[in-house]
Design a protein around this ligand. Structure first.
Ligand SMILES: Cc1ncc(C[n+]2csc(CCOP(=O)(O)OP(=O)(O)O)c2C)c(N)n1
Length: 380
């Protein structure tokens, strides 16, 4: 395995001292090392991966030095526009090193949403004419790979990628891990919400642990699993999916259970939802100030006024809840109001060790969800 500090030193030796990106579980040991050892102004966790590419472009324009952008391969889609229309040698010619966590690499077992993404990641890089190199736990020549990749990026005046295989880094535990002093867990918050829904309500839940916790609780209660759309991929889009659903089924409530990292990723959707005046939409954000599902790296969501943002965007009512009693009261209050409505719930970090995973495939989830939706629709 590669020690995070070895890779970090190899990057420093090439003059790479600026780090930005969106966290990934495969990169979490490296990202934790960067968090502990790089000052805040030189390490910025962005709302989405495209922002990170643009941020590193600004850094290059200001310093003449390239930065490192880290991301999960799921985030490649978010980077395509700036990589091709900003950094590309045929446009502004801005060098950048991409460090990509390779989920769903062919031959490695992974979740359904990662399989195709993993299979075509390098093909996608080839299509973008971005040179790439593989790093894994057996790579002995890290300094050489980094030196080659960075000189390639500088010479071609464009991006070069490092594909990081599962299990590459040796463990590193974050020392500067800020305490999140909220009272309830995400699982408790989800359970409380579910208890207050009725059987006609539709739920769209965001990527990562929230979907897993919702699924497990529904199974435990013997609920109809077909009420829920588990957005296992496409992080940040649960709110827009919810809006589309709410518009098409105006007689039913749609509850979006979002995360703070997810809501930040495509925050523009809040403005569109607010503007829609969609009465049957309740947007719940479970705010733990972190990307808990991939290692607990911080987001800025506990330092900004999410309620104020939602309010200004046009949500008709916004409420904050910090414990189970407040969730109960808030949800009852919202149930009497016209949407779009916004409920921020402050939660702790962390999840159960033995948390299961959905046993249905995304396609099975989609078919059951749509059948359930249409069957109930015809009864109205
Ligand atoms: C486009 C994209 N970037 C990154 C990821 C990796 N990823 C999966 S879940 C997650 C964190 C989600 O954080 P949040 O929405 O706050 O929910 P939490 O896990 O904290 O409950 C990340 C970064 C992804 N799936 N897709």
């Amino acid at each position: 395995m590669i020690k995070p500090e070895v890779l970090f030193k190899a990057l420093s030796d090439q003059g790479i001292n600026f780090f930005t990106g969106v966290p990934d579980s495969l990169l979490k040991n490296f990202c934790a090392f960067v968090t502990d050892n790089v000052i805040d102004s030189q390490h910025i966790i962005t709302a989405n991966e495209g922002n990170a590419v643009a941020l590193s472009a600004g850094h290059y324009l200001g310093t003449g030095k390239m930065g490192l952008v880290y991301l999960q391969n799921s985030g490649l889609g978010n980077t395509i526009n700036p990589l091709l229309s900003l950094n590309d040698p045929e446009v502004y010619g801005l060098p950048v090193l991409l460090m990509i966590g390779w989920r769903g690499e062919p031959g490695i077992k992974d979740e359904p949403q990662h399989i195709k993404q993993g299979r075509i990641s390098t093909t996608l890089l080839d299509a973008m004419e971005i040179p790439w190199h593989i790093i894994d736990s057996t790579s002995k020549d890290i300094e050489d790979i980094i030196s080659l990749a960075s000189s390639q990026a500088l010479n071609r005046e464009g991006p070069v990628a490092l594909m990081i295989r599962k299990g590459t880094f040796s463990p590193y535990s974050l020392k500067t891990n800020p305490e999140i002093n909220n009272q309830i867990s995400r699982e408790q918050a989800i359970q409380q919400l579910i208890k207050q829904l009725n059987s006609n309500d539709r739920v769209v839940v965001t990527t990562g642990m929230p979907a897993r916790e919702l699924y497990e609780f529904r199974e435990l209660r013997g609920d109809n699993l077909a009420n829920d759309f588990l957005t296992v991929g496409s992080m940040g889009h649960a709110a827009s999916i919810s809006l589309g659903l709410a518009i098409s089924e105006a007689n039913r409530r749609v509850i979006c259970i979002d995360g703070d990292g997810s809501v930040l990723m495509h925050m523009g959707s809040l403005a569109i939802i607010g503007q829609s005046r969609q009465e049957n939409l309740i947007h719940v954000v479970l705010n733990n100030g972190s990307h808990d599902s991939v290692g607990g790296q911080p987001t800025c969501a506990l330092d900004i006024d999410l309620l104020g943002i939602a309010k200004c965007c046009g949500y008709r009512k916004v409420i904050l809840a910090k414990n189970l009693r407040e969730i109960e009261g808030a949800f009852n209050e919202l149930s009497d109001e016209k949407g779009p409505l916004f409920l921020e719930i402050r939660i702790k970090k962390g999840s159960r060790e033995n948390l299961g995973r959905p046993r249905t495939t995304p396609t099975e989830n989609r078919i059951a969800f749509m059948e359930n939706f249409n069957t109930n629709k015809s009864k109205i």
